[in-house]
Ligand binder design. Structure first.
Ligand code: SAH
Length: 434
């Protein structure tokens, strides 16, 4: 890839990785190119100075936050004194040439956005995967570099390359740790149903797992991608009541990790939104097993979103409240203050509430929420089975029943329900959206 450079045919490059932590790097220019270059420099820990008469708003924000130092003027050769590396991100060839010349004189490697042939260094196309950094050069053809980088990134994301999982956190002094044999657990949110709505990190950890313990609401296609040697535990098939099943799951996580496995506990939506993620974390911690938490896109926000309902909207709702409706409002064990919720003017999102929908709607009305408040039930949001029913609060339970909706579904109550549709379809009745 890097053997021939267009216009520099036959030139062999010498690839290196710069360790920039605490070292001064100069960026000349404050436009779009500089905006794209600065984050990776900061990520590497460089002390970044940007010299430019003006900055893009994004760079301005970095300067205001003290993450970069802004020299608000044109470049002077002495700006390079003490710099290890310089990025030239200006369009004007003469100005760029002046920086190049000053850098050459000081033997500071110089990347040029305007003319790579005039530069003394090239930046590769990069992808990062846990501890691994892959840098690709296209021999002077940036498109080739990006294409190669993308291909490798996809292989890494699919777990097709033998990249070791990052080392677990230090376990010194922990009596539960065997001779380096203890594995670890990641509590990973799988997102609301669409397999593309898992996070990049979640997908990477899934590809590295030895054992996957999955919930019922986890997208099946994600499990389809697992390597054949991965042990898949279907947590929804554990044949006990809910609390015994939870103990069983905790035991599986701890046992497998203690045997040295990397266990991914994959949960629908976000692991901490009615996901019992906290209980599993405590069980692992008590057993000395290190745990990483990877948040997920929660159905409480995503299911309304794909049904055209923003949970907040300027001038309409300044709050949204997410509650569980698995217990009816009058139930002795319910921790939800339904009268208080009925008094809120913002958005209410109820999970696990389909069965109790008539009682929930009745409680909200009884405690003062207006009967004409727009409401919607979103079934299987973000999936092929998505269905949306809209009605006024007074009629939502009947509309959902008539439409034959089934779990998983969220109830949304509030003026945001009709804010994007203008309320014209607030009449009861099912319709598909998505
Ligand atoms: N941790 C999950 C919620 C678990 S509780 C999250 O953050 O999304 C399970 C409840 O979530 C279901 O009863 C339903 O109310 C809701 N839910 C999960 N996925 C859903 C989806 N795709 N569409 C609508 N509701 C969903």
């Amino acid at each position: 890839m890097s053997a021939t450079a267009g216009g520099n045919a036959g030139e062999n490059l010498y690839p290196v990785a710069l360790r920039l932590a605490g070292r001064r790097v100069l960026v000349v220019g404050g436009g779009a190119v500089a905006t794209r270059r600065v984050p990776a420099l900061l990520d590497a820990g460089a002390r970044v100075d940007v010299v430019a008469p003006e900055l893009t708003p994004a760079l301005r924000a970095q300067a205001d936050a003290g993450r970069v130092r802004w020299l608000a003027r044109r470049f002077r050769p002495t700006d390079l004194d003490g710099a290890w590396f310089v990025q030239v991100a200006v369009d004007d060839p003469e100005a760029a040439e002046a920086v190049s010349a000053a850098a050459l004189e000081r033997r500071i490697f110089c990347v040029r956005a305007d003319d790579r042939h005039a530069a003394t260094a090239w930046t590769p196309a990069v992808t990062r995967h846990g501890p691994v950094t892959v840098a690709a050069l296209g021999g002077g053809d940036p498109h080739l570099a990006v294409a190669v980088r993308d291909a490798i990134r996809d292989l890494l994301a699919a777990g097709a390359l033998p990249v070791a999982a990052p080392e677990p956190a230090s376990r010194a002094g922990d009596p539960a740790a065997g001779a380096g044999a203890v594995g670890r657990v990641a509590l990973v949110g799988s997102g609301p149903g669409d397999p593309e709505l898992i996070t990049v990190k979640g997908r990477r950890l899934l590809a590295e797992a030895d054992v996957v313990v999955a919930d019922r609401l986890v997208p099946g296609l994600l499990l389809d991608e697992l390597r054949p040697d991965v042990e898949l535990v279907d947590a929804s098939k554990i044949p006990y009541g809910p609390s015994r099943a939870q103990e069983e799951i905790n035991e599986i996580l701890v046992d497998r990790a203690r045997a040295g496995a990397f266990v991914v506990r994959l949960k629908g939506g976000d692991p901490y939104v009615f996901g019992r993620g906290g209980e599993e974390l405590l069980a692992c911690a008590a057993a000395g097993v290190p745990v990483t938490v990877v948040p997920g896109v929660t159905s409480s926000i995503a299911a309304p979103a794909v049904a055209g309902i923003p949970v907040t909207h300027r001038g309409v709702a300044h709050e949204f409240t997410v509650v569980s409706g698995h217990l009816p409002p009058e139930h002795a064990a319910s921790l939800v203050d339904w009268p208080a919720l009925a008094r809120l003017r913002g958005t209410l999102v109820v999970l696990m509430g389909l069965k109790n929908l008539p009682a929930i709607a009745a409680a909200l009305l009884r405690h003062g929420r207006a009967p004409e408040t727009p409401a919607a039930v979103v079934q299987e949001g973000t999936t092929g089975g998505q269905r949306v029913v809209r009605a006024a609060l007074a009629g939502i339970a009947e509309a959902a029943r008539e439409a034959g909706l089934r779990p998983p579904a969220v109830l949304v109550v509030g003026d945001v329900v009709s804010v994007l549709t203008g309320g014209e379809d607030a009449a009861p009745g099912a319709r598909h959206a998505g």
